[in-house]
Design a protein around this ligand. Sequence first.
Ligand SMILES: Cc1cc2nc3c(=O)[nH]c(=O)nc-3n(C[C@H](O)[C@H](O)[C@H](O)COP(=O)(O)OP(=O)(O)OC[C@H]3O[C@@H](n4cnc5c(N)ncnc54)[C@H](O)[C@@H]3O)c2cc1C
Length: 372
Amino acid sequence: MKYSAINELKLTHIKKIIGDAFVYTDTDSIAKFAHDETEDLKFFPEVIVKPRTAVEISELLKFCNQEKIPVTPRGAGTGLSGGALPVHKGIVLSMERFSEIIEIDERNLQATVESGVITEVFQNAVKEKGLFYPPDPASKGSCFIGGNIAENSGGPKAVKYGVTKDYVLNLEVVLPNGEIIWTGANTLKNSTGYNLTQLFIGSEGTLGIVTKIVFKLLPFPKYNLLLLLPFYNLEESCKAVSEIFKTGIIPSGVELMERDAIQLGVKYVDDSTFNIDEKAEAYLLIELDGNNLEIMNNECEEIVKLVENYSCGEILFAEDSTQKERLWKIRRAVGEAVKKQSIYKEEDTVVPRAELPTLLIGVKKNWRKIRF
Ligand SMILES: Cc1cc2nc3c(=O)[nH]c(=O)nc-3n(C[C@H](O)[C@H](O)[C@H](O)COP(=O)(O)OP(=O)(O)OC[C@H]3O[C@@H](n4cnc5c(N)ncnc54)[C@H](O)[C@@H]3O)c2cc1C
């Protein structure tokens, strides 16, 4: 398709729809919105807009559709797959003013939020009411809920609780022709008709702009336990993951960090309290959660017994929430730490659990050099 450039006349119309104060063409804004967290890519938009209502977005999309002006929606710009990059120029439409948590419905275990709410802000708000929104991408402190929808984000808790798509009941979306629709219903069972909600999840902003989301929530689990296990053999650490799942235990998080990754992570967060076991080739961070501490302790014991079959160092049981947070902080920092301190490029990779050793060993084989 041939797109048209934004001239003064069109810009005046865009300003009329969105409001002068929320339309940007200055060099700094253009540079800021030319990239997301995808490495090495920059595409400069012509205009940035920050609307506040679905109706404003609707009017804008009608106009842009008619004038063939490309529009790229953008959340917090933490994406790693280039979805928020304005490759055809035109408008970047920032959702940062859609930052309201509209309702937390404790009776139905649901919440309605605008799509520019920061994921962690939402998690903390529902936690205050004893509720749980499990998807926890490592970028949760900055990424937006709408970006999570568009990327179907997941995190460590995916092993037990699934990913973003598993918590979405209904979406308010502005379609490219300006129509504002709801895709589903605010009920757990909604089995008639096409599943439009799931069609929009993971669509990276290509089908419409999500303005409101209705989530289902869970009661917040009363307890969680965190273990850090050093393995003296990388391959064995991968095998242990499969073996743990075979026992029927479903941890709420399992994260494998090979030696260089954890070393870089520790250095990046500057945690002098953490000593890496000299012989460790990899660490497993395992979290269990639930409401029955006795069952959880038994599961911990079972895991400890299971890893006795492997060459494993001293297991660390996190004592309190401060220590747990410190360990998670290291894990969450690994991506940034590796990117900043090594020649590695960040790529999301997904393989069946049993293929983990092949993936890790393959990557290490291609290892060239690393700067510490
Ligand atoms: C340090 C770091 C750690 C990360 N960890 C994880 C992780 O653990 N798990 C994971 O899944 N991802 C992770 N990511 C990737 C990224 O944070 C997620 O993909 C996140 O969901 C993107 O959200 P965002 O608000 O930044 O979206 P953006 O990057 O702004 O946009 C992403 C896509 O969503 C579209 N979009 C945004 N808002 C809307 C909307 N309202 N309607 C329609 N389309 C929209 C954009 O057009 C684009 O295609 C990580 C990124 C970084 C930098």
